[in-house]
Design a protein around this ligand. Sequence first.
Ligand SMILES: *[C@@H]1O[C@H](CO)[C@@H](O)[C@H](O)[C@H]1NC(C)=O
Ligand SMILES: *[C@@H]1O[C@H](CO)[C@@H](O)[C@H](O)[C@H]1NC(C)=O
Ligand SMILES: *[C@@H]1O[C@H](CO)[C@@H](O)[C@H](O)[C@H]1NC(C)=O
Ligand SMILES: *[C@@H]1O[C@H](CO)[C@@H](O)[C@H](O)[C@H]1NC(C)=O
Length: 225
Amino acid sequence: MARLIFLFLVFLVLIANVTTISICNGYSVHAVCIKSEKEALLKFKQCIVDRTNRLASWHSDGDCCKWTGIVCDNVTGHVIELNLRVPTLDDYYDYEAYERSWMGGKISPSLLHLKHLSYLDLSNNDFRGIHIPKFFGSLGSLRYLNLSLSNFGGKIPHHLGNLSNLKYLDLGNNYYTMHVETLHWLSSFHSLEYLDLSYVNLSQASNWFHALNTLPSLVGLHLSR
Ligand SMILES: *[C@@H]1O[C@H](CO)[C@@H](O)[C@H](O)[C@H]1NC(C)=O
Ligand SMILES: *[C@@H]1O[C@H](CO)[C@@H](O)[C@H](O)[C@H]1NC(C)=O
Ligand SMILES: *[C@@H]1O[C@H](CO)[C@@H](O)[C@H](O)[C@H]1NC(C)=O
Ligand SMILES: *[C@@H]1O[C@H](CO)[C@@H](O)[C@H](O)[C@H]1NC(C)=O
């Protein structure tokens, strides 16, 4: 009898294990956000001017993988995407509401804690002429960077040339608020497929044709004015 009970218990343990395994492989698990990355995002939020409270879901007691504009890797939980693009005017009931939804302020270097960030889209906002931060050049996992229509100004930092994994770089449509002195830094973009520098003032960049000519993967280019 004792032996039977023992076998029964072994059976129960086995069942329990199988159930756990199936739960762990199924839909019920998802990676939750990593504490240091959440803190980095909260610091980033503190410096952003967000008049329509688009970042309302960004508060300290939630899972940052569920916040507006954030995508985490399903397995590791690292933040891989930060997308704060404002949709087009068609999605707003009037122009004023559209304009108010543009975010601005400063961009905190706390973003450097997002070591796996591969997609950053701050397009269609209004950063009122602040420079593109030099530290963007250290976001080494970036494959997609979109700062178009967001009113960045001044000289585009050559530090961006450090982003050798970039496939898409869109700095267009900032309507002559930005300029470059050289495009030499483009030469490290071996994977770059799409480049938009429309309305960037290239008049001081004498070597731009040569720099563009060295991009082996480029399939899309916009330099229009
Ligand atoms: C994460 O899981 C979702 C839903 O199961 C899936 O649609 C998505 O492609 C996955 N993303 C990654 C990066 O694996
Ligand atoms: C960048 O964002 C703008 C507007 O938000 C969009 O029109 C454009 O297609 C984006 N660029 C890329 C390369 O996806
Ligand atoms: C270039 O990238 C490396 C590694 O990601 C980093 O250590 C370095 O500070 C970056 N340099 C610039 C100028 O951003
Ligand atoms: C571009 O820059 C040059 C020299 O810095 C300046 O003279 C010119 O007015 C600028 N062009 C535009 C359209 O802003």
